[in-house]
Design a binder for this molecule. Structure first.
Ligand SMILES: Nc1nc2c(ncn2[C@@H]2O[C@H](COP(=O)(O)OP(=O)(O)OP(=O)(O)O)[C@@H](O)[C@H]2O)c(=O)[nH]1
Ligand SMILES: [Mg+2]
Ligand SMILES: [Zn+2]
Length: 291
């Protein structure tokens, strides 16, 4: 009998698969995968065939929507980009870059403002203003405020957390999965306790979805983006009138459709300033593409 499932974790040469019926089956990969150089990856949608004694054989890996490295995980639907409403001071440029990386991989970026129990008013306002074009969440891992909305968002999707150190990614994961026991706290304490022990990523089933236990998300800094591909990463731009020049970078070109979005409030000065920095970087990369 063939069943479909979601690969949750690898243990040696075995894989734990959450089956379509909700049970977890320990499965062994078909030998052909290794010969073909195919590595079953956490997040893979797979087909398994039940064998004797509760074991199954992993017979097929369905085509991947995307595949991240560090942590290695496939088919990520959502990236929760966490920033802190108190310390550390948000790195908005990092948020904007993570949004672009996510969108390039067909991942939905969701900016999440954590620590609203200790919120700095200015940071709250900036967050609300700058990311109005996105689905966002405001939460507190400490008090549990907003976690219901976070839980609802995770259902039916494969989600991954990202963001600066100490914004509360592990704390949020712990709040969602009390049995996870991830280390949280200041850096020195974490280092003392051997935080850097390597382990493999694992998905935790959540409702009909799953969440990656290890925060992290490698950006593709060296990737070359065409201007229209970058435009597509800015939901604000979708309201713009067409620019006069094709390939307009929305910097100082005449009759640009994006610039008026600044006066209409659709695009905030902060997002635009950071956009300029990012757009110039990609222009530079395109110039040196064949070097
Ligand atoms: N007041 C308050 N503090 C929080 C909240 N969430 C996390 N913290 C604190 O922030 C510090 C950092 O939290 P972590 O969960 O370790 O942060 P992290 O994002 O996992 O950090 P790294 O693992 O270094 O990337 C800890 O001291 C937490 O107790 C919150 O909602 N409110
Ligand atoms: Mg952590
Ligand atoms: Zn333009």
């Amino acid at each position: 009998m063939t069943e479909s499932g979601l690969l949750l974790k690898g243990v040696g040469s075995f894989y734990e698969v959450l089956t379509e019926y909700g049970g977890i089956m320990t499965s062994k990969a078909r030998g052909a995968f290794r010969r073909e150089g195919i590595v079953p990856t956490v997040g893979d949608r797979v087909l398994i065939e039940r064998r004797e004694q509760g074991y199954a054989q992993l017979t097929e890996i369905l085509p991947r929507k995307n595949c991240l490295v560090r942590p290695a995980v496939a088919n990520v639907d959502q990236l929760l980009i966490v920033v802190s409403a108190s310390a550390p001071e948000p790195d908005w440029l990092l948020v904007d870059r993570l949004i672009i990386s996510a969108k390039r991989m067909q991942i939905d970026p969701v900016p999440v403002l954590n620590k609203i129990d200790a919120a700095n008013r200015t940071i709250m306002d900036t967050f609300r203003r700058e990311y109005h074009a996105f689905r966002t969440l405001t939460v507190s891992a400490e008090t549990g405020e907003g976690l219901e909305a976070l839980r609802a968002l995770l259902d039916g999707k494969v989600s991954c957390f990202a963001g600066q150190s100490a914004v509360g990614k592990s704390s949020l994961l712990n709040a969602l999965f009390p049995s996870l026991h991830l280390l949280t706290g200041d850096l020195s304490r974490k280092t003392e306790r051997g935080r850097h022990t390597t382990r493999h990523a694992e998905l935790w089933p959540y409702g009909t979805g799953a969440v990656l236990d290890t925060p992290g998300f490698s950006m593709f800094e060296t990737e070359c983006l065409e201007q229209n591909e970058l435009d597509a990463c800015y939901p604000e731009f979708q309201q713009a009138e067409p620019c006069r020049f094709p390939g307009c970078m929305h910097l100082s070109e005449p009759d640009c459709g994006v610039k008026p979005l600044l006066s209409s409030g659709e695009l905030t000065p902060g997002r635009y300033e950071r956009y300029r920095e990012i757009a110039l970087e990609y222009q530079m990369r395109r110039k040196h593409r064949y070097d």
